[in-house]
Design a protein around this ligand. Structure first.
Ligand code: SF4
Length: 336
């Protein structure tokens, strides 16, 4: 058995990867990429077969955010020429769910910029979610509204929100290089708050913000400890006008190695290739589906994604199928 098969076996057996094994994944020589992907695919296939989850985002409030996240075009410190608007009306959010259904997206992600939702913004989301749940049976609804105040998670749960996303974004020790307006612990606490209210936790990362490989390993391990059911892995698409403008550290092969690492460390979880997929994985996008089992379809928050039909075609070409099953939490709980 080669090194990557040994790692896959350890992952399937629920064992922790050693630091050496984790680093060997990120340091995989390019000419060993296919054996690495094959090993990660064994783990992904064991838990998810040939299914791919599709997720669609709606940005219900854009820009106008007082926080200073260095990667974000919506921050007050960004000069990026994005569209800025306050919270959409309920009907617009409900209409987005119909679009998600058309795209075959099993999960509809309702996202809003800002540190956290004001109660009047939460009211709109709550009413929209109730209507969406009535109209689209089986659709998973994810909310991503920032730091939650006491009582807000419970209101979302009651309305029918299945999942709450709040990314850790980077490692705890690197976090202050990315933002100083809130702490890493603020982010972790919000994930824990969502979890405590019975909502499935989603939390992920952004790779390519000049962090070290040790930071990347730390992120994957932290999300395992947080028990995030869904893990979006974003690859930085540095937008002009943001503090990280011009940052271009990634190549498609390294992105694939990162996805393999997240699969090995979080074998049972939904690993989603997220923002920056098209610009960073480029022609190697399909290979990302060997370690990952989930993608976004449609546009991202402030950048355009590949058109839906191209993503469907990519899945079909690879022999994968769209996964419309509701949440994977039951599977994950049964296996961990
Ligand atoms: S990531 Fe969220 S909290 Fe940070 S600046 Fe952007 S919208 Fe605001």
């Amino acid at each position: 058995m080669d090194l990557y098969d040994v790692i896959a076996e350890a992952s399937l057996a629920g064992e922790e990867l050693t630091n050496e094994q984790a680093m060997a994944v990120l340091d995989c020589p390019d000419d060993e990429l296919l054996p690495l992907l094959n090993a990660a695919y064994k783990v992904r296939k064991h838990f998810y077969g040939n299914k791919v989850k599709l997720n669609m985002i709606i940005n219900t409030k854009s820009g106008l955010c007082p926080e200073n996240c260095g990667y974000c075009a919506q921050s007050i410190v960004s000069r990026a020429p994005i569209e800025r608007y306050s919270m959409m009306k309920k009907d617009e959010i409900v209409a987005g769910a119909a679009r998600a259904a058309e795209l075959n997206a099993g999960t509809y992600c309702i996202v809003a910029s800002g540190r956290g939702p004001a109660n009047r913004e939460l009211d709109i989301v709550v009413e929209a979610v109730k209507e969406i749940k009535d109209k689209h049976e089986g659709m998973t609804v994810c909310a991503c509204l920032g730091i939650l105040k006491p009582g807000q998670a419970e209101r979302l749960k009651e309305a029918g929100v299945d999942r709450y996303n709040h990314n850790i974004n980077t490692s705890s020790s690197y976090h202050e290089n990315i933002t100083t307006s809130h702490t890493y612990d603020d982010r972790v606490n919000t994930v824990e708050t969502a979890k405590a209210s019975g909502i499935s936790p989603c939390s992920g990362v952004i790779i390519g913000m000049k962090e070290s490989k040790e930071d990347v390993i730390d992120m994957a391990r932290s999300l395992k400890v947080l028990d995030a059911d869904s893990i979006p892995v974003n690859f930085l698409h540095a937008v002009d006008g943001t503090p990280l403008e011009g940052t271009d550290e990634l190549n498609p092969r390294y992105c694939l190695k990162v996805l393999c690492l997240f699969r090995f460390i979080n074998p049972t979880k939904e690993i989603r290739i997220s923002g920056g997929r098209e610009v960073n994985l480029r022609s190697l996008q399909p290979l990302g589906l060997y370690p990952a089992n989930s993608i976004f379809i449609g546009d991202y928050l402030t950048t355009e994604g590949q058109e839906g039909p191209k993503d469907w075609k990519m899945l079909e070409d690879m022999g994968f199928e769209v996964d419309l099953e509701p949440l994977n939490r039951e599977i994950a709980n049964a296996l961990t």
